[in-house]
Design a protein around this ligand. Structure first.
Ligand code: SF4
Length: 138
């Protein structure tokens, strides 16, 4: 059943921008496809920022249990980078407002370096050409 409001952990604001159809499993990809379609095509889309597992994690094979990811050592660090960059707290936002904040942050410096500082050691960073995809959206 579709959740009423999409919950996103902070670093998934980056992933939903750079996503290009690849992921950890078929179930993950199908869930991510529907989340990304809603966020990219509905200008009024709202998201609830959560500092924990979210609507993307719910279909991920790396989710151990509610609130716990197998890669917590890394993903919590990515989340912290986005929280600090965008001055986030846990509440409901307009997705477009968050993307505007993200654009301002990345484009007020060397965007590639700013992105790399947050999540440059993610396995998808180069595999998915995240910076190229994010830049192309601007
Ligand atoms: S790898 Fe971890 S943070 Fe990323 S979607 Fe899966 S459970 Fe969530």
């Amino acid at each position: 059943m579709k959740e009423e409001i999409i919950k996103l952990r902070p670093h998934h604001l980056l992933c939903t921008q750079a996503y290009a159809g690849a992921g950890y499993s078929d179930e993950f990809v199908s869930n991510m496809d529907s989340i990304v379609e809603e966020l990219r095509n509905n200008p009024d889309a709202k998201v609830e920022i959560v500092f924990s597992t979210d609507s993307v994690c719910n279909a991920c094979p790396n989710k151990v249990s509610d609130g716990v990811c197998k890669s917590d050592e890394k993903v919590l660090r990515f989340d912290r980078g986005v929280i600090n960059a965008l001055d986030l707290n846990e509440r409901i936002f307009s997705y477009q407002e968050l993307i505007k904040r993200l654009d301002e942050y990345l484009l007020s410096g060397d965007g590639d370096e700013r992105l790399k500082a947050i999540c440059g050691d993610c396995e998808w960073y180069h595999a998915s050409d995240c910076w190229e995809k994010i830049k192309a959206e601007k």
